[in-house]
Write a protein of this length. Structure first.
Length: 178
């Protein structure tokens, strides 16, 4: 278990306490919550200790390694293992990758449509797209940089669902209800 590996260097009695608590809990979600809580507590203690050790450097503005990267021993090994598992089984899971690619596509298309609209406002399609951008993002500006930044601000403020719905409407995947 990834969580338990943080406690390999603990005393036998501490490990025994952890295992006894785990065996007394029947619900798998509660077991995971317990392991997560004690692991977070241990990480906080270690980061706090690392902060104390690096205090003078931090306060003088000198660069220091991230506190979590200063861990040693079994905690460092456990963190490395968690990072590997996270990358291989979470961040690169096919469903996550599919959503990520969809997100890139949606954002790219919205940027294309709305930046074209602000940069070429006389085109018929641009006039229509500009009507969909809230007024606060359409401040009068003659320089293209400010216009594009306004579009980026608008799109970055969209919720995921709103961006998806807007994309679907623009692409004809979904039609608006009248």
């Amino acid at each position: 278990n990834l969580y338990l590996s943080f406690f390999d260097d603990e005393t036998t009695s501490k490990k025994k306490d952890i295992h006894e608590t785990l065996s007394s809990v029947n619900d798998i979600n509660e077991r995971i919550a317990y392991l997560r809580a004690i692991t977070i507590s241990k990480l906080i203690e270690q980061c706090s200790s690392n902060f104390s050790k690096s205090y003078d450097q931090i306060m003088s503005g000198q660069p220091v390694k991230p506190l979590i990267d200063q861990m040693e021993g079994t905690s460092a090994k456990a963190m490395d293992e968690i990072r590997k598992v996270s990358v291989n089984q979470v961040y690169n899971h096919s469903k996550v990758v599919e959503i990520e690619i969809a997100g890139f596509t949606i954002i790219g298309e919205l940027l294309d449509i709305f930046t074209s609209a602000v940069l070429e406002p006389t085109k018929p399609i641009s006039k229509k797209a500009l009507r969909l951008i809230p007024e606060q993002y359409l401040a009068e500006s003659s320089d293209n940089y400010s216009k594009v930044m306004a579009v980026v601000d608008y799109i970055s403020g969209m919720t995921d669902i709103y961006a998806l719905e807007t994309y679907q409407l623009f692409k004809g995947i979904k039609l608006p209800s009248l």
